[in-house]
Design a protein around this ligand. Structure first.
Ligand code: AMP
Length: 277
């Protein structure tokens, strides 16, 4: 496994790597969710490039950029075990050199849901993913359904800017009790960890109502709110039943839809989603 620390070196390596080449972008602090993407990329027989970059532009001024968990040594050991070929670990200055000014904004899609509570977040995501796609020029890139809105933003960006990457979305990997794996789960104390199961319990309640025939989106949102209300440590930011492509809030569920939520457990902000139908 080769660790590449600069854009110039990456540009050289991409020319020599056997194709197809698959990219798995991460912010490090790796867990089974990340590794599932790596395994999927490997199983397709591609040269696998994992990027590890805590992207400052996708964090708001009052968010957890400084506290975000970092353990590069452990990450590299895990990536090596998984048979990753190249790790791209650029510095902030290399990605955002002095004078950097251009950003990518995907419009309304990036302002809903997460975008409403994290203004500018998806501009940061779209900008860095656009840069990773153009620096690395992968044939494929792997993302997790756990960040459902992010996958839609990336598909939009990839199509709108003709980046030509095959974007593959992989299922959410969960702990045994349903909590979606996330680097931010490391922030949770034991009580909070117990309370954090409320997210998946709420989503499961909506899914159960949907599977029982309920199509009124307000009733499905209500089912999620009811579960969250019973958990005193859970502070709801949003619950949503949205069109699976546009993320517009639905009145009725008649086609592919997602139930999504964002909840604070103490100081930790968690998100999750499940498909309806
Ligand atoms: P992050 O390091 O949080 O930016 O995540 C890097 C990639 O891993 C993104 O495509 C995430 O959607 C994906 N990912 C994070 N958590 C999970 C999970 N629990 N299951 C599947 N994919 C995940």
């Amino acid at each position: 496994m080769k660790v590449i620390k600069s854009v110039a070196e990456m540009a050289e390596a991409r020319e020599q790597a056997p194709r197809p080449m698959a990219l798995v972008p991460t912010m490090g602090a790796l867990h089974e969710g990340h590794l599932s993407l790596v395994r999927r990329a490997r199983s397709e027989g591609a040269t696998v490039v994992a990027s590890v970059f805590v992207n400052p532009t996708q964090f708001g001024p009052n968010e957890d950029l400084a506290a975000y968990p970092r353990d590069l040594e452990r990450d590299l050991a895990l990536l090596e075990q998984e048979g990753v070929d190249l790790v791209f670990q650029p510095s902030q200055e290399d990605i955002y050199p002095s004078g950097f000014a251009t950003t990518v904004d995907v419009g309304a899609l990036g302002r809903r849901l997460e975008g409403e509570f994290r203004p500018g977040h998806f501009r940061g995501v779209a900008t860095v993913v656009c840069k990773l796609f153009t620096i690395i020029r992968p044939d494929e890139a792997y993302f997790g359904q756990k960040d459902a809105q992010q996958t839609l933003v990336i598909r939009r960006l990839n199509a709108d800017l003709n980046l030509g990457v095959n974007v593959v979305v992989c299922p959410s990997v969960r702990e045994a009790d349903g909590l979606a794996m996330s680097s931010r789960n490391a922030y949770l104390g034991p009580e909070e960890r117990r309370a954090s199961t409320a997210l998946f319990r709420a989503l499961s309640a909506a899914q159960a109502r949907f599977n029982g025939g309920e199509r009124d989106a307000d009733k499905l949102r209500g089912a999620m709110v009811q579960v969250l209300r019973m958990e005193p440590l859970a502070q709801r930011e949003y619950v949503s039943v949205s069109d699976a492509e546009t993320l517009e809030e639905l009145a009725r569920v008649d086609g592919p839809a997602l139930a999504l939520l964002a909840v604070r457990i103490g100081n930790t902000r968690l998100i999750d989603n499940v498909a309806l139908g």
